[in-house]
Design a protein around this ligand. Sequence first.
Ligand SMILES: N[C@@H](CCC(=O)N[C@@H](CS)C(=O)NCC(=O)O)C(=O)O
Length: 230
Amino acid sequence: MVRYKHNRQPARWRFAMTDSHRVTLYYSPQSRATGTRVLLEELGAPYDLHVLNMKAGEQRQPAFLAINPLGKVPAIRHGEALVTEQVAITIYLADLFPQAGLTPALNDPLRGPYLRWIAYYGASFEPALIDKFMQREPAPIMQSPYADYDTMLGALETQLSRGPYLLGERMTAADVLWGVAFSWTMMFGIVPKKDVFVRYAERMTSRPAFQRINAADEEMAAQHAAAAGG
Ligand SMILES: N[C@@H](CCC(=O)N[C@@H](CS)C(=O)NCC(=O)O)C(=O)O
């Protein structure tokens, strides 16, 4: 396991950051934790990486199973709080660093839609994605948590076509989650490369934060493969 330190908060609010803001991200390159790291960078958050070599099976060792019994990344530790699940982590981190402007405040009319589309990721998109990837017949529409794949994706298409971001003109932490998700799900051919999805993913992945982490991930993934013996 390797630890790295990152302090990339913009100068304008660096004075306000204390050690109480420091976050530890349990991490593996080119995984669902990548989006969380990109979010930390977009937020200018101070964080440490606790890196797991998943190719060597470190996520299933007792030390990490004590953090997340599912053996999955991302997970974060912030003080006494341990948070798993991308959806919870996205909301938690964006609220922890409101200065970055990526979270609508509680009294903002966008707060509800913001939560809706973040929750949609975990509750509807991911289950649909896995059924599609496994070429599994979905449950009947009344039992399926996502209705059916085309309806689930169609709702996203409608929302994104209002763009440029999920909530219209305002970029939020939800876009970091979704931009990264569209990028890898289209790369794996699970989500079709429709113009609206491609443009949206490009808008998010062309940002410096994603570019930086993507490059670092490539290097780290190669080191992990070598360390795990190919
Ligand atoms: N429900 C979890 C899923 C996380 C997840 O699937 N993580 C994958 C990385 S892409 C993982 O850690 N897989 C390792 C394994 O299960 O061995 C979330 O949304 O955070």
